[in-house]
Design a protein around this ligand. Sequence first.
Ligand SMILES: Nc1ccn([C@@H]2O[C@H](COP(=O)(O)OP(=O)(O)OP(=O)(O)O)[C@@H](O)[C@H]2O)c(=O)n1
Ligand SMILES: [Ca+2]
Length: 479
Amino acid sequence: MAVSQNKPLPKNIKYGIVLDAGSSHTNLYVYAWPAEKENDTGVVHQVEVCKVEGLGISGYSQDTEKAGLSLQQCMKRAQEVVPEQQHGETPVYLGATAGMRLLSLQNRSIADRVLSAVEKTLHSSPFNFQGARVISGQEEGAYGWITINYLLGNFRQPGWLNFLPHLRSSRGTSGALDLGGASTQITFVPDQEPIESQENSLHFRLYGKNYNVYTHSFLCYGKDQALRLKLASDLQASSTRNGSLLDPCFHPGYLRIMNISDLYMNPCIANGEQQLPFTQLHLQGNGDYQRCRMTIQKIFNTSHCPYSSCSFNGIFLPPLQGEFGAFSAFYFVMNFLNLTTEKNPVPLDKVTSTVERFCSRPWHEVKAEFPKIKEKYLSEYCFSGTYILSLLENGYGFTTEKWQSIQFLGKIGSSDAGWTLGYMLNLTNMIPAEKPPTRPLSHASYVGLMVFCSLVLVAVLLLGWLTFHKPKCLQKGLI
Ligand SMILES: Nc1ccn([C@@H]2O[C@H](COP(=O)(O)OP(=O)(O)OP(=O)(O)O)[C@@H](O)[C@H]2O)c(=O)n1
Ligand SMILES: [Ca+2]
């Protein structure tokens, strides 16, 4: 085999920027990759994440201009990270998710104004602005799946192993579970083919391989909207006359006051505001995991299924298959509960008992233990932990055994797990349909191979010399 060498070129790094305009907040990601390796798998990585201060862009419906202004600080940060001479060639994309999907359903013209406001800010930056749009739930699921499999190296078929077919990477892909504030996605390659429902079926050809992927995005089943669904269902079931409600999903001693109009002001709650004799809801926590789980259960309708199997609300779900990576709020919540630190997945019964114990702790104690965590997050980890268990166990059917195939992940290497990287890879045509031809060895591998061959040669020569000119000490033995 002839060994050719790639001369080390001066590093030519390219950059790309994606803004993830989520329902609860916006993150700006800067990605970088060596220009000459553009089509390799696994070379693009995150070099910066900037968290935009304040609300998600859909939260500025009352003052749409502010949605644009809110992005300025992170755009400035991106200008510091990307070398100035490359600003003009660096693409910027903004993708908005479920918060904007809901706002569009509620009031299309306000949603358009929010998008125009963010476009204005991005246009005025020195980067190459490529567009701001609301991405579909299907895209969100698909790009999340592409991101994690790209970062985990599951698309990689190492060229140098190709002549040893039995060693060739036979690992499959990993499913993706994403939990946001307003929607949640499940995406994986099922065993069953074909996929029973067209709208849940995606087809990709990546690096010379075909993938038939199942995906579904549940709008309104992100953790913030799911809490609203639960509260609306609790209210409907209760006979409260003054708006006081005991809530088992909050800690004992926790109190929250909400405006009824805020609760109902959104398209997730189908039957809208009923004639209630009060305008405010007084929630009083009592930290009871079992009851919390029962109230959450009610937001999953499992009464009908027009397919061979369903998750809930009549949505098709094929049998779960393979490993899963669970990220965003799945990770934030599990990580807070210290359930992501061990090497192996934490068993389901331990997760359940941890959430149960956490829910039962008095609020003043929890607050004193975690003074630095935002109260909005902290007060909801009991609900969120219980919701995650309901969604995964009852919604998707992860049994005790299948639970072990879920890995909760925040980052893979330096990159956050999420849909943004997959989105950029796709829009910049960085994932080829066919496998790129095997490249000659990289400089580092070439040097390594040469050093290795030299060492082998020296060892052989030494052995030969020892065999024919045995030194006296070895002939007699040392004792
Ligand atoms: N350390 C953190 C960070 C976030 N959250 C919560 O996690 C949820 C989801 O966050 P994220 O995945 O960022 O959702 P978005 O992308 O904003 O929402 P969506 O994808 O639905 O548009 C939010 O309720 C947020 O309050 C949390 O509990 N702890
Ligand atoms: Ca999200």
